[in-house]
Design a protein around this ligand. Structure first.
Ligand code: IPD
Ligand code: CA
Ligand code: CA
Length: 270
């Protein structure tokens, strides 16, 4: 008699992949810190910023660990598989091995490793590691968001005029800078202040932990936002595109807030 294979449920493996992702993020963080004090070979990618041997080495170390942990998962990773691996699997890793490469190159200590786990098209776990501060951000779908093991909550700021916002700008300046500056100017008039730290993943992590009240940026890639988008939602915030549609990693335009000032911010950004 044939025995039917049980269909794998998310709860069967979520705790294990969470551990694997943390292990991979720590390993990549160690790689980045080794390169941080070295002189680097820097290459410019057309319309997509910089890449160094640190990006590549960190990506290799994440992929080695995760490929062993779940050989059935595919990869969508910035430097090696930017269009995703062909084939079908219910699971996929979405990886930015170094978010904030320009900061890294200039020794501005805002950069991180970002890893998302996708299952059936939905991000179910996210890990961001900021190796300079040794800050580890972890979220699982329905399981909350944590910074170094402590539960995170978004801020309680209700009005834009009392808010600290964060944003970033696309590398494709010819096409997008004008529109980005228009929103930046309008929001600079309304919000208390705006920052531009240079790592979309950390912008989201700092929104999840309640430091920033909101983040917006256009033309991002899935690996910039996969883990951070889940962190914000699991910390009680709201994440949509500029039209208010619930966020998906392929959407490019992201608006992530504490929820309370989402519509006020969206009214200006859209
Ligand atoms: C970039 C950073 C930056 C954002 C850019 C991203 P990278 O990622 O997240 O903050 O403004 O749009 O591409 O190139 O450093 O991985
Ligand atoms: Ca990035
Ligand atoms: Ca990157």
């Amino acid at each position: 008699m044939k025995t039917r294979k049980r269909v794998e449920a998310l709860s069967d493996f979520l705790p294990q992949i969470r551990k694997d992702m943390i292990r991979a993020a720590h390993a990549a963080g160690r790689v980045l810190m080794r390169y941080y004090s070295m002189s680097l070979n820097v290459r410019e990618k057309k319309g997509a910023g910089l890449v160094t041997e640190a990006d590549l080495a960190a990506e290799k170390s994440v992929m080695n660990i995760l490929a062993k942990a779940r050989p059935d998962f595919l990869f969508l990773s910035e430097e090696t598989n930017p269009h995703g691996q062909p084939g079908f699997s219910r699971g996929r890793w979405v990886i930015d091995p170094l978010d904030g490469t320009t900061n890294f190159v200039h020794r501005f200590p805002m950069f991180c490793v970002s890893i998302g786990a996708e299952w059936d098209g939905q991000i179910v776990a996210g890990v961001i590691y900021h190796p300079v501060l040794k800050d580890l951000y972890v979220a699982t779908l329905g399981g909350g968001a944590f910074l170094n093991g402590k539960r995170m909550q978004v801020s309680t700021t209700e009005k834009l005029r009392n808010s600290l916002l964060t944003t970033g700008f696309s590398y494709r300046k010819q096409e997008w800078l004008h529109a980005e500056m228009t929103s930046f100017e309008r929001l600079s008039r309304t919000a208390r202040a705006i920052r531009r730290p240079g790592s979309a993943a950390l912008d989201l992590a700092y929104t999840a932990r309640g430091v920033f009240d909101g983040f917006w940026e256009s033309k991002l890639s899935p690996w910039d936002v996969a883990a951070g988008g889940l962190l914000v939602r699991e910390a009680g915030g709201q994440v949509t595109n500029f039209k208010g549609v619930p966020f998906h990693i392929e959407q490019q335009n992201i608006l992530a807030t504490n929820g309370l000032l989402h519509e006020e911010l969206r009214g200006i950004v859209k």
